[in-house]
Design a protein around this ligand. Structure first.
Ligand code: NAP
Length: 239
């Protein structure tokens, strides 16, 4: 029995710890893009597989018989590849998809279908806290009429003048302090879900900051678990 977890998220780590606790063997895979990843005490695969063909080959050669895609909701390339490779290699796949953030009552959110649309919505002169990940910041670079403060785990390739590099989790008091310090008027965020980075939304509501929420790409059709218990049950049924 061999399980491959596509990780890089807090929930993938929780699932890995649970499997380890149950004595179930697995390999955990990371894209290898985050600097200084945390130490892990189970077998790791670091770096891409080489698209659908490469992943299908890996599944077959390593006699993987369960694939769990627990990558980030915006890691859409990996999710698409995982489903296609699982079909090609005839390996059952589960997509772990953490619930989205819902707009709280009396919050001031606008919804964008894409990063491009979010960049268009921002009014000239806005002071924007950009929280979309280092790889997605280039989409906003052309808005020279907007004042950006960006925050990401790794430095963006074309940093804005105010660039913060920090790792979640973040708390509400810290976010309120940051937004007040920079007199933020707008927050741009991907609808990542989860509680590691949700404090910014509470802080934005408290301070009356407009949130531009970039909605998720539609995931390809796959079996989906929205919580760890369901994901564990899916795995245990197949052991
Ligand atoms: P992506 O655009 O969907 O994937 C790009 C390529 O990176 C994939 O085609 C694959 O390369 C490789 N890859 C991605 N995840 C991998 C994994 N877990 N193990 C091995 N290879 C992987 O992904 P992304 O948005 O760049 O995200 C990369 C990683 O960061 C993911 O693990 C994701 O969970 C994590 N992450 C992403 C975000 C975000 O906002 N997108 C936020 C937080 C964390 P090959 O085609 O060569 O196999």
């Amino acid at each position: 029995m061999s399980i491959l977890i596509l990780g890089g998220t807090a929930e993938a780590d929780i699932l890995a710890d649970l499997l380890r606790g149950h004595g179930i063997e697995f390999t955990y895979s990371l894209a290898g893009v985050t600097p200084n990843p945390k130490a892990r005490v189970y077998p790791l695969h670091i770096g891409g597989f080489g698209g659908v063909i490469g992943l299908a080959r890996y599944l077959t050669q390593n006699t993987v018989n369960m694939l769990v895609d627990a990558t980030h909701p915006f890691a859409s390339e990996m999710t698409k590849n995982a489903l296609a490779a699982s079909i090609q290699a005839n390996v059952p796949m589960l997509r772990f998809e953490r619930p989205e953030w819902d707009e709280p009552e009396n919050a001031n959110w606008a919804h964008a279908e894409s990063l491009d649309q979010a960049a268009k919505i921002l009014p000239a002169g806005a002071r924007v806290f950009l929280s979309v990940g280092a790889q997605s910041m280039a989409e906003f670079a052309h808005r020279s009429d907007v004042d950006f403060v960006s925050r990401s785990i790794k430095p963006p390739s074309s940093p804005f003048s105010k660039t913060i590099v920090a790792k979640p989790p973040f708390d509400v008091a810290g976010e309120v302090h940051l937004f007040s310090k920079y007199r933020i008027t707008h927050l741009v965020s991907k609808n990542a879900g989860g509680d590691q980075t949700s404090a910014k939304l509470v802080a934005a509501k408290q301070l009356g900051i407009k949130v531009i929420m970039v909605e998720r790409p539609t995931p390809p059709v796959a079996e989906i678990a929205r919580d760890i218990t369901t994901a564990m049950a899916w795995i245990e049924r197949r052991l």
